[in-house]
Design a protein around this ligand. Sequence first.
Ligand code: AMP
Length: 473
Amino acid sequence: MSKVKAKYDVIVIGSGPSAYTCAIRCAQLGLKVLCVDNTDINSTSGAFCNAGNVGMITLLESAKLYDTLLSDIDSHGVFAENVSLNLPKMILHKDKILDGISQQITKTFTEHKIDFINSNAKLIAPKIIELSSLHSPSQQIHAKFIILATESIPISIPCTPIDNEFILDSTAALSLNKLPKRLAILGAGVIGLELAAIWNRLGAETTLLEAQETFLGLSDNQISRQAYQIFTEQGLELRLGARVISTKILNKKVFIEYQDADGTHALRVDKLIVASGRKPNSERLSAPEANLLLDENGYVHVNENCRTNLPGVYAIGDLTLHGPMLSHKGMAEGVFVAEQIAGVIGSSVNYNIIPNVIYTEPEIAWIGQTEQALKAIGDPINIGTFPLSINHQPKSAVKSNGMIKVIACANTDKILGVHIIGCHASELIAQAVLAMEFSASSEDLARTIHSHPSSAEALREAALAIKNKGLNS
Ligand code: AMP
């Protein structure tokens, strides 16, 4: 094993959104940075390509376009004839977008003189990592600081062995070259619903099998109920309380067995996508002798400054239990850690104000607390809602539905939560995030003049509704 002289201030392990954001910020602050990832920088599924769920969103945009041309455009006086689907081209478009992002990040790395090594990296002691790859002998590299940012990987279930031909993981599910006639998705969580929004729209008969009895349990209940209704009306078959127990491939079909309250059932489909959740990607991240503290589920133990139990070793993003598994949370931590290391006074991560988004159509987005959580702790609250079917009529190409809900403290009027299901919810939530970051009251929001007509003014309407001053509801 060859030993390399310490020439880096920082080594970042990983190349996802948290990792590259952290590497770039470290370099901007004058630190010499090495980024190591076991995926190749030049492959389409490689380093930097896992830029959040850009692939998912790109495909959903294409699917929405197709769906709109097929069903909703006539009422505008626009007639599109002979609309057809070229799925390989659609996938290629998605890959090109990912490739473009990857190239952009590679360029930024070069400009900031950030080194990149395509290799497995393992923490063997504070300040030392070991690199191992098929192509070169193992070597050790030293740095003053090491940042663990290997994000998360799909949870595998023994009864659904992934072959990426008939039983697919969520990455392979974004590269299908032929439309399955019948599709099943295991798990109606965030990823399962996002994938269903794409494939159902493109024409696959889609069934979601979800082990939990409740639908979208983390969201506000009122929003989950609307989501259930809207998705069902769109043709999604949502089976709750349905736990997949076995699968079999026979004559190029997937035979699924699942159990619900009524007993055991069978389902035959062309493809099964497994979207059973994600776990921290920490299995081969550190050698036992490094003594990195992990919990029983593989999450890396960190304090409020993202420091692990080892001096100079930090962990960010999906690897830790702090905050949700979302790219923007990890990216904020990446900046926070870089600024700590460089000795710059930066802002810490406000874990109470991190927007959650589900990229379905309509989108679901929320910030802060849900009505059920606030009621459970007995906090007095006021609620204002506004239906988006009123607001979107002039601006949206397609008939829109959904709602916005603002929850404020009954005593202080401070906004405690905002919940949206609707077109562009991922954009609309930004003004709620800003309002909450500045500890705004619902009255602040209600008094803010918004442009008309716009989607954004619907949030103001929901805030106005708190004091029954709604103008359009
Ligand atoms: P998420 O973590 O949001 O991606 O959601 C993953 C979903 O998969 C959860 O709601 C789980 O209940 C669901 N799930 C996990 N295992 C099974 C199974 N064997 N059958 C059906 N659903 C499952």
